[in-house]
Ligand binder design. Structure first.
Ligand code: NAD
Ligand code: IPM
Ligand code: MN
Length: 348
């Protein structure tokens, strides 16, 4: 590949702030001879408030033409009634994930040596959460009966297809097979969510027979959160559904030095649609405009983008620059652009 045609959605709050730093790093890290074109899109809560547009089919079609997408975060003022019900999150972010079949939401978790974790004894933390990205409780299935009485009902239906689960599980096994420890943990709640949980568990066990070198473990989601805090080094590859994966990756970010370091890729492994790279965190309205946002998560998402396109060496250089920056900064307060520039300087 000698060119990357990137679509960029800065989004809301700190989204554009961290994306600006990530783009600097991408330009600097791309191997020589690889041409980068970047197209900015204004989508997000602010754009919706100004134009009434969230993401129409024509825009989606334009996004589909790119090789990859970079997203900051979306989500506006929680007090604005026009934004209630996650209209932007669902109408933009989830719409893209579903339309572009981002069935793998890849979320690496690492605690760099000599960096600060809120855990007293974190041990070595280096695992990857493979979160299913197009099913579960995120599909918008369900309904409500607003009776205006105490008998009101609100149902959310978790959609789990064998097709969707199996392709995710296979991806996770492939990944585990390529890693040193070759260990896969299914996280679910099969003692209660028997329909989905039992199917997930069965599919994991079926696929496991094709990966004899990979050891398989199972944890209920509640117990998994215990081990995230007491023994996170036990994890290598975690495979889980959409909502459990959402929750545990914020927790994982927190135990590895902060959500400002947590990267993710919404991957369409088939290559039919552009994959989308974004930090795990949101638009952080509480610190937007203050320069306090850490751009490292967005920058590490650039490493995932580079790796996705096979630029492994460039990806490792970005990760090494981030690691060196985090290790040496020692938690001193710095602005968004100071961090971005420091990482950029290390790349050079
Ligand atoms: P959040 O991740 O935006 O913020 C949670 C906390 O983490 C806040 O205190 C925030 O200041 C802090 N934080 C987040 N990113 C940080 C960074 N890079 N550096 C330093 N601190 C950081 O989660 P939230 O408050 O639940 O959500 C805010 C909005 O973002 C909501 O509208 C939500 O729906 C949306 N959201 C969007 C995405 C996305 O676009 N991918 C992801 C999560 C949340
Ligand atoms: C994330 C976010 C999204 C999710 C929201 C904003 C829809 O929390 O990317 O982790 O739940 O997937
Ligand atoms: Mn989340």
């Amino acid at each position: 590949r000698d060119k990357i045609d990137l679509g960029v959605i800065g989004g809301d709050g700190i989204g554009p702030e961290v994306v600006a730093e990530a783009r600097k790093i991408l330009r600097a890290a791309l191997p020589e001879g690889v041409e980068l074109t970047e197209t900015e899109y204004p989508f997000g809560a602010k754009h919706y408030q100004e134009t009434d547009e969230i993401l129409d089919d024509e825009s989606l079609e334009r996004l589909a033409q790119h090789d990859a997408l970079l997203l900051g975060a979306v989500g506006g003022d929680p007090a604005d009634p026009r934004l209630a019900g996650g209209i932007i999150e669902r109408g933009l972010l989830l719409k893209i994930r579903f339309a572009f079949d981002h069935y793998i939401n890849l979320r690496p978790v690492r605690l760099w040596p000599n960096t600060t974790s809120p855990l007293a004894n974190p041990g070595e933390i280096d695992f990857v959460v493979v979160r299913e990205g197009t099913e579960g409780l995120y599909t918008g299935n369900g309904g409500s009966v607003r009776t205006g009485t105490v008998h009101e009902i609100a149902n959310e239906l978790s959609v789990n297809t064998a097709f969707g689960v199996e392709r995710t599980v296979r991806y996770a096994f492939d990944l585990a097979q390529r890693r040193e420890r070759k260990k896969l943990t299914l996280v679910h709640k099969k003692n209660v969510l028997v329909n989905a949980g039992v199917m997930w568990n069965r599919i994991v066990n079926e696929v496991a027979s094709e990966y004899p070198e990979v050891s398989v473990d199972y944890l209920h989601i509640d117990a998994a959160t215990i081990f995230f805090v007491t023994d996170p080094s036990r994890f290598d590859v975690i495979v889980t559904d959409n909502l459990f994966g959402d929750i545990i990756t914020d927790l994982a970010g927190a135990v590895t030095g902060g959500i400002g370091l947590a990267a993710s890729g919404n991957i369409n492994p088939d290559g039919t649609f552009p994959s989308m790279f974004e930090p795990v965190h949101g638009s952080a309205p509480d610190i937007a405009g203050t320069g306090k946002a850490n751009p490292t998560a967005a920058i590490l998402s650039i490493a995932l983008l580079l790796r996705h396109f096979g630029f492994e060496e460039a990806a490792q250089r970005v990760e090494a620059a981030c690691e060196a920056d985090v290790v040496e900064a020692g938690g001193a307060p710095r602005s968004t652009s100071e961090i971005g520039d420091a990482i950029l300087a290390r790349l050079a």
